[in-house]
Design a protein around this ligand. Structure first.
Ligand code: ADP
Ligand code: MG
Length: 286
């Protein structure tokens, strides 16, 4: 069980209730990455915020929120996240934010890891205390169809103070990032299940060294075994109205995620072929 959720609803798995905080001060653009998140001081310290009004649309915020809540269900290490409120009065005092197209309302904030290293190198990775989470992050990426962590040097972060590897940036998940919809999901559904693209690329090459022994995926599989469709549905709770998620889109994404969880053994078969230090062991019965 994780400890920082505010609420427990399921019998076994925590349904995370995301707090909301007000922006106090806009600091700067983070300056790297695709979505260009913004660093803000809030009533709960500093957050890296993805805003409504960004050029990719609000799907990237929906993806972040749903993946954050899934990460909490699966016990994937991830920085705390909150909804960050920017009201019209605050916005009118910040011409820089207006220029960036930021709209008033609730935005997605990832709590700033103040001493974080995103470029993952072998010696530093070897120092992290949560190496047992590495296979979990890899299987999590298959569930959320995240092609964006294999090669991208900025979507994992090592908290230097805590010596902990964390997953960040779930904007470009569900294969299509900001471009998914019901029709596209139907097309993906007709394709054979496969692993994320360039499986042996940059970051994964380093991570795969830690997929070893007999049951490397045991930790996340224990969680998956407990999960119900209701748990997945709970990941859509609290999505702000201004993110404009339609009911039919919510149902389509819910179905997409559940289908991939139901087919977890297929992913394990595919992983078995690619993870050469995995010695075997049992999968669980779904
Ligand atoms: N919680 C965080 N703490 C510290 N740095 C972060 C955090 N979230 C993001 N960043 C930094 O901002 C960069 C861009 O954020 P990211 O979520 O990857 O957005 P993008 O979609 O633009 O790639 C990351 O590569 C990382 O350097
Ligand atoms: Mg990124």
């Amino acid at each position: 069980m994780f400890t920082n959720g505010q609420d427990t609803a399921g019998d076994y798995l925590n349904h995370y209730t995301m707090p909301s905080y007000n922006m106090i001060k806009y600091e700067r653009e983070m300056g790297n990455g695709i979505t260009n998140p913004l660093l803000m001081k809030t009533t709960d310290g500093y957050y890296v915020v993805k805003v409504i009004g960004n050029e990719h649309g609000s799907k990237i915020l929906i993806n972040e929120m749903v993946c954050f809540k899934l990460a909490k269900l699966f016990d994937i290490p991830i920085p705390d996240a909150s909804l960050i409120r920017i009201d019209s009065d605050t916005l009118s005092l910040n011409p820089d934010l207006q220029k960036l197209g930021v709209e008033p309302g609730l935005h997605f904030g990832s709590k700033l890891v103040s001493r974080g290293q995103t470029s993952i190198q072998a010696p530093l990775l070897n120092l992290v205390k949560n190496k047992e989470d590495i296979p979990s992050i890899i299987l999590f990426d298959q569930i959320i169809y995240n092609n964006d962590r294999v090669m991208n040097p900025g979507n994992l972060i090592i908290d230097i103070k805590e010596k902990k590897l964390l997953a960040i940036d779930h904007s470009h998940t569900f294969k299509l990032g900001a471009l998914w919809n019901e029709i596209e999901f139907k097309k993906i559904h007709e394709e054979d299940l496969c692993l994320v693209r360039d499986f042996h690329g940059l970051n994964y090459k380093l991570l795969l060294k830690y997929v070893n022994g007999y049951n490397p995926f045991n930790k996340i599989l224990q969680k998956i075994q407990q999960i119900s469709q209701e748990d997945i549905k709970s990941c859509f709770d609290q999505i702000p109205i201004e993110w404009e998620l339609k009911k039919c889109e919510m149902d389509a994404l819910n179905h997409f995620i559940w289908y991939r969880i139901e087919n977890i053994n297929r992913f394990l078969d595919l992983l078995k072929e690619q993870c050469h230090d995995w010695k075997g062991g049992d999968y669980f019965e779904f």
